[in-house]
Ligand binder design. Structure first.
Ligand code: ZN
Length: 625
């Protein structure tokens, strides 16, 4: 049963709840609903439970015209329902007490806020069951990226995709955009003929003749998991309940890269219980997609930069799959609790990778993650508040909290718990955590109570776990041990032979995975001699690598050492790839090494290819107006 219903029941009828539920619900009302500072919604008064969305995609004007009809539940005394919007033009709002009669509603738009957008306040009374909002998106809607045909792999048809997390859903659907508010949805979307339309819902596997597609999402989701894409897409099955969508020219390579998907789902279920979303499909997007992946339920959105040709970057798929439990099933109540989504997911991802490829393989991912965390801690040294797991992002863009702290510090906290109680006990704990909190939200504080009750149920264990330092303290607790990976010992051998004797025995690296190469590149000194750069490039072929991770790590060195032969590859990489994880360190390295002019010149050409999530960060970094 949904907790808010219980809450409303408790608050408004003053009926007796059991003591345990009571305390939990009161806490919920304070923390999860009234305290989500990134939404205007007041779900304790009135909230959405189901969306019927009708929409038409206009690629010429780059707008979506839609009607969002919400079934709502409200407290008896509720006089209004509040939605989040951003950049939407609201044409009309109507209310319904029954299916047949639609009455015009009184509504107003509130004060705009630079991060949150504008609240849409609709007057209701106790009889209102349904609210219909007729609206149009703006051509620069923050969640939407409209790509011209030339910006796609096939260059035949335009393309559209959304990125709703963290609070961008409101820029394409008026909604209650808080991770604590879940709803089911149905949709009917009209696109130009010859396009396939997909959503985070039950999806078609073939193009329709009319350009009209119908969707249904039976499992309740928060707004940040609303997703839509349209373009020249085809489907290829990968197993009984999984498959991949991509542009035709990318389909075979994608299917090859993700051939182990079904095995990953089996491994995930063996670890932490049944997959709750029926199908798991992947959508490979054009390279401008700002993230590695987005865990849209039933349909993970993925960057094509993980298609390396050798299945070496599929940990990202394990990550997005793991979100089907951590995040999509048990959801962070607010963006201040983001580590509950990401720390658990990184832990789960590495366990999936370990199941498939063994401990030594997973250890490499752990060490690389630790290196990322060290960099992030350095970057955030002047804002230690942002290195706590529990964040306080009030008044800021929640995107500011999407750092490696949530991912990697969260991971090492859980890894530490595993170490303390032993793997068997920790696995049973996690499995029960996902099951007993399925389709519900979690705050950091509630998690701590749950953890102390179910796992750390004596004082010695609690002292050992040092929860306060991990969750509410900055940086990494001193007790944390840095991880080791035995496969990296060979890498370090080759590295010291190169640095001490100038020798590069490529026989040693013949079977290296991307991870070994990354460790090698990251461990090289920041400053190298021109002949060292030349030797590295000639023997290892970094500049001509087709692997985006290796390229991005190599550019760190080529920029610092002004290695001109890599400049053309660097230029083309930045112009074509919109993944923020690569853009940020690359532009930053240019800026810090006296190449701001070059960075800005490339950015001027590249910027039209980036999604707003990436341009927001890069504009700030490069002082772009
Ligand atoms: Zn994630």
């Amino acid at each position: 049963m949904n907790r808010i219903i219980i809450l409303l029941f408790c608050c408004f009828t003053l009926a007796a709840c059991s003591p345990k539920e009571d305390s939990k619900e009161v806490k919920k009302s304070n923390q999860n609903y009234t305290m989500d500072t990134h939404s205007f919604a007041k779900p304790t008064e009135s909230r959405i439970v189901h969306l019927d969305w009708e929409a038409e995609l206009d690629f010429d004007k780059k707008i979506i015209s839609g009607k969002a009809s919400y079934l709502i539940e409200s407290a008896k005394a509720a006089k209004e329902i509040v939605f989040d919007t951003r950049g939407l033009t609201i044409h009309k709002v109507s209310i319904q007490a029954n299916e047949s009669e639609e009455l015009p509603a009184e509504f107003k738009l509130g004060e705009p806020n630079p991060h949150l957008g504008v609240p849409l306040i609709v007057n209701i009374n106790r009889d209102v069951k349904k609210v219909n909002i007729y609206y149009t998106t703006s051509p620069d809607a923050a969640a939407l990226q409209w790509l011209s045909a030339e910006q796609t792999a096939g260059k035949k048809q335009a393309f559209l995709f959304t990125q709703s997390q963290a609070i961008l859903a409101r820029s394409w659907v008026p909604t209650q955009d808080s991770p604590g508010i879940r709803f089911t949805y149905k949709a009917e979307v009209k696109a130009p003929k010859d396009m396939m339309v997909l959503m985070s819902a039950e999806n078609p596997q073939e193009k329709s003749n009319t350009g009209i597609y119908k969707f249904e999402m039976k499992q309740a989701i928060p707004a940040y998991l609303l997703a839509l894409s349209a373009g020249d897409l085809e489907f290829k099955s990968l197993g009984a309940r999984s498959g991949v969508y991509a542009e035709p020219s990318m389909l075979e390579a994608s299917a090859y890269e993700f051939a182990e998907l079904e095995a990953m789902i089996d491994a995930a279920e063996a670890l932490y219980g049944p997959y709750a979303w029926e199908r798991y499909d992947l959508l490979v997007l054009p390279p401008s997609f700002p993230f590695g992946g987005m865990e849209n339920p039933r349909l993970t959105f993925a960057t094509p930069t993980i298609i390396a040709g050798d299945r070496s970057l599929t940990a990202l798929v394990a990550h997005e799959l793991a979100h089907s439990w951590s995040g999509n099933l048990v959801t962070n109540a607010t963006w201040d609790d983001f580590w509950l989504n990401e720390g658990f997911t990184v832990y789960f991802e590495r366990r999936i990778m370990e199941s498939l490829y063994g401990k030594e393989y997973a250890a490499m991912l752990e060490v690389l993650g630790y290196q990322d965390l060290q960099h992030t801690l350095e970057d955030l040294s002047s804002s230690p508040e942002d290195t706590k797991l529990k964040l306080s992002l009030e008044g800021r863009d929640p995107d500011d909290g999407m750092t490696d702290i949530a991912y990697e510090k969260g991971y090492f906290f859980l890894r530490n718990l595993e170490e303390i109680v032993g793997r068997d006990k920790f696995d049973s704990f996690l499995k029960e955590y996902f099951q007993s909190n399925a389709f519900d939200v979690m705050t950091t504080e509630e998690f701590v109570v749950y953890l102390n009750e179910k796992l750390l149920n004596d004082e010695a264990l609690q002292a050992q776990a040092d929860i306060d330092a991990w969750i509410y303290g900055p940086g990494l607790p001193e007790t944390n041990q840095s991880p080791r990976a035995s496969r990296f010992e060979k890498v370090e051998e080759m590295l010291s032979a190169f640095l001490n004797e100038g020798a590069l025995d490529t026989g040693m690296s013949a079977n290296w995975s991307t991870h070994e190469w990354l460790h090698f590149l990251r461990k090289l000194p920041r400053e190298l001699q021109p002949e060292q750069m030349k030797a590295l490039d000639e023997l290892c072929g970094f500049t001509s690598s087709g692997n985006s991770e290796i390229l991005a790590a190599w550019f760190q060195l080529s920029i610092r050492n002004s290695y001109a032969p890599a400049d053309a590859a660097l230029d083309s990489f930045l112009v074509n790839v919109g993944r923020r994880k690569f853009l940020r360190p690359t532009y930053k390295a240019l800026k810090e090494n006296g190449k701001l002019e070059m960075a800005r010149e490339i950015y001027a050409r590249a910027r039209p290819n980036y999604h707003s999530v990436s341009t927001n960060s890069m504009d700030e970094l490069l002082g772009w107006n």
